[in-house]
Structures are given as C-alpha cells and as structure tokens.
Design a protein around this ligand. Structure first.
Ligand code: ATP
Ligand code: MG
Length: 397
C-alpha cells in the first residue's frame, strides 16, 4: 500500500487551554527532526487539532519513517493514511474497496466504517457514508462482517478538503514532546545507565544537555567517541544534545594525591556534580540527571548518595534510582544503546579506583578531607571549565 500521509495523534492529557499551542509546536518540531533523518521529503502541518505529515517526494522508505516517528515523545498513535480527491462517491467507494483489498490479505475480519465529515458541503452525511461504504465492502468481500461494537478493523474516513482513509494504527511512544519541560544537564558516562536515564527524562518533555568527564591519557579517544555515539543514540529521541567534554585528569590526580584513596571516588563524584551544576546553570538547565541506582556500587549506597547530593542546589533527577540492573539493560536494548555501552573501553572512574572504596562515607569527614584540596582545586576546576570542548550532537543523516 502506498501511504502518502500520516495522521499523528497525541494524548490530550495536560495540554488544555493556553499551553496547547506550545505542546503542539514542540511536537511538530520533534516530528520534523525525526523526519529529517529519513530518506524523502515531508511536510508537517497542524490542522484543526490534528498533526499531519505529508509525503512530498516520489519515494520514501515507509519502515524508516515509522521507526523514526516511534521515537517522537508525545505521539500516542501513528496512522498511515491514503489521500483521495473528491471525485464522486462511486469513485471513493471503489478506491476504498481497493484499499481494504491491499491492506488485509485475509478478508475474514470484522469492521466498522467511521466517517467524519469536517466539510459540511459533502453530499452525504457521516451516517450515509458509513452505511454506503459498509455495503460496498460487504458486496466486494462477502467474508467480511460488520461489528459496530468491537470491530477488528476501524476504517476511518475523514472528509476534509481531501478525503483521508486510515485503518492501521501504530502505537507511539507516549510521553511529552521534548522542549515542553525545560532543560536538564545529563552526566553522561560510557556506561549502561546514564544514557537510559537521559532517555527517560527526555520522555517527560525535558530537553537534554550533557557533560562527560574525560581523563586523557588514562581514558582514550575511543572511550570519548563511545560517549559521543551514546549521545547520538539518545538524541534520536531527545533532539540535539550539546555535549560538554571536561578534561578531568588534573582534578582526579590532585584528589588522588591529597585525599585518602578509599574516598577518592566519592570526592571525585562531588566534583563532577559541582562542575555539572555550574554548566547546568550557565546553560539554563533546571536540574541534573544521573544514572545512579541505590546499591549498585559503593558510590551509590544511600550514604554515598547523601554525600554526593550535598554539593548540589539544583534538583538531581535519578530516574533509575529503584531499578534493578536487568530492567535497565532491557531499556538500553530497546533504545539501542546497550551494544555501545558494553564496549570495553576504560572509564575515568575505574582508573584510580580503590580496592575497598568507602560505602558509608561520613559527610563531615569527607568535607574535612576536601579542605586538603584548598590550595589548587579552584584553579584546576576553572581550567577544566575553560578548556572544555562543546560538541553539538544530533541524529541527523
Ligand atoms: P553508568 O552505567 O551510567 O556509567 P555506573 O553504574 O557506571 O553508571 P558510576 O560510574 O558510579 O555508575 O556513575 C554514576 C553516575 O555518575 C552515572 O550514571 C553518570 O550519570 C555519572 N558519571 C559517572 N562517570 C561519569 C563520567 N565520566 N562522565 C559523566 N558522568 C559520569
Ligand atoms: Mg560508569
């Protein structure tokens, strides 16, 4: 079947009143972003509370379009449509018989025609269209049955300027369109968890910026490329991501020199959060996002989280906090980040990691040991911020 347009439906929750156009505009922008990655040319428009994507080019790849639209948060349903011109009812019913023949190989099905007449000068009422098209289909395919209560196939016929026909309904991803809930700064490592955390928060409509702490030469260019690839994978859902790459080596080495080794990870995490918060505020982000999950490693016990969190004034979103690893992996596989995440490149946290890191850090002791850094830490943080690299990562073709 040659579908020439898509009706893109969104859930109505929370978008009443004045905010509706913001919601719709953000959704349209994300739909355009998704379609830019697809072969072919498309035009996206809002019309009477609906969003349509028309295929303009001669050729396009249907599967590719559906796959990309399924990544647009805020969409509840994706309905591929055929578009007919109003050339009389005979012609319409003939086209609809052809449509049903092409889409449903097995004709043993129940159906209902659901006509909507947005253009009131059409010569038949909705009820008449329902009855007359139903009859034409029953004549053409005697195996079919009408079921007005629970039809297997709902054949929607919308009479507007053109006549649109659709019956296939593909579930969208749900959520809210990215761009409707402000922006947050994702601490993105090369691991499994943080890309999933970014995906989950983006699903609520939050635009994402990201920061990666790089420790050359202890972490390689390949490790950095892996993080860029992960950002790219997340940006298929979240839109363009500005990835800040911070050179963390000198800070890490300095902490290693001055503080007890079993506290290295926790102190390092506090500096990551401080720097991330600085970048967040500088870039208009309203929160931080991490992939932390209670008890996963020493730095994620409740006691460690308390100590890490203490340096932040912005809210820290930890969508995986109560997830088991297995469940995180399942999402990572679904969003196509898993394979990249498990590539065996070194991580800056693992380089200097102690054999027995503290699992119950004491805030006062950690604070006291951080005073050992007083001499140079501000300067090192400043340099790290000044020498950062900012990459605009997007999933465009
Ligand atoms: P992940 O799988 O996301 O790497 P993890 O299980 O390895 O997480 P940690 O290394 O303790 O856990 O990191 C906890 C969180 O801190 C990560 O989810 C991420 O948000 C952030 N983080 C850790 N290392 C880095 C880094 N090098 N750059 C940016 N953020 C980081
Ligand atoms: Mg990690």
């Amino acid at each position: 079947m040659e579908y020439k347009a898509f009706l893109l439906k969104y859930a109505e929750i929370g978008i009443k009143g004045r905010n509706r156009y913001l919601f719709e505009d953000a959704l349209v922008e994300q739909i355009r972003y998704a379609l830019r990655r697809c072969e072919g040319e498309f035009s996206v428009r809002k019309e009477q509370g609906r969003i349509y994507a028309d295929v303009i080019s001669e050729r396009y790849d249907y599967d590719e379009v559906v796959e990309n639209l399924k990544r647009v948060f805020g969409l509840s349903h994706i309905c591929p449509m055929i578009q007919l011109e109003d050339e009389g009812f005979e012609r319409l019913s003939g086209e609809i018989v052809k449509y049903m023949d092409a889409v449903y190989e097995d004709k043993h099905l129940t159906f209902k025609v659901n006509a909507r007449r947005a253009r009131k000068n059409y010569p038949k009422t909705s009820m008449e269209i329902n009855c007359d098209l139903g009859e034409a289909l029953l004549n053409a395919f005697p195996e079919m049955r009408v079921d007005v209560h629970e039809p297997e196939v709902m054949l929607n016929v919308e009479v507007r300027e053109h006549i649109y026909v659709y019956s296939v309904v593909i579930p969208g991803p749900g959520g809210m369109p990215v761009g409707t809930a402000g922006k947050a700064m994702l601490l993105l490592s090369g691991g499994i968890d943080s890309p999933v955390a970014g995906y989950m928060i983006a699903k609520r409509g939050v635009r994402i910026d990201a920061v990666y702490f790089h420790a050359p030469p202890y972490t390689s260019e390949r490790a950095k490329q892996k993080v860029i690839d992960l950002a790219k994978a997340v940006s298929k859902y979240a839109g363009e991501i500005h990835l800040h790459v911070i050179n963390f080596t000198d800070i890490q080495m300095y902490i290693y020199d001055k503080c007890p080794h079993d506290e290295l990870t926790i102190i390092m995490r506090r500096y990551m959060m401080r720097i991330a918060e600085y970048l967040a505020k500088e870039n208009g982000c309203l929160g931080l996002i991490t992939g932390e999950s209670i008890g996963q490693v020493a730095s994620q016990t409740t006691a460690s989280l308390l100590v890490t969190n203490e340096v932040c004034t912005l809210p820290v979103y930890r969508p995986l906090i109560a997830f088991d690893k297995m469940d995180i992996v399942e999402i990572a596989e679904k969003i196509d980040t898993y394979e990249t995440s498990v590539l065996p490149y070194e991580d800056c946290c693992t380089i200097f990691v102690a054999k027995h890191p503290v699992t119950k850090p004491n805030l006062n002791i950690i604070r006291k040991h951080e005073t050992h850094l007083a001499e140079r830490i501000d300067e090192l943080v400043r340099t790290a911020l000044e020498t950062r690299e900012i990459l605009a990562v997007s999933a465009d073709r």
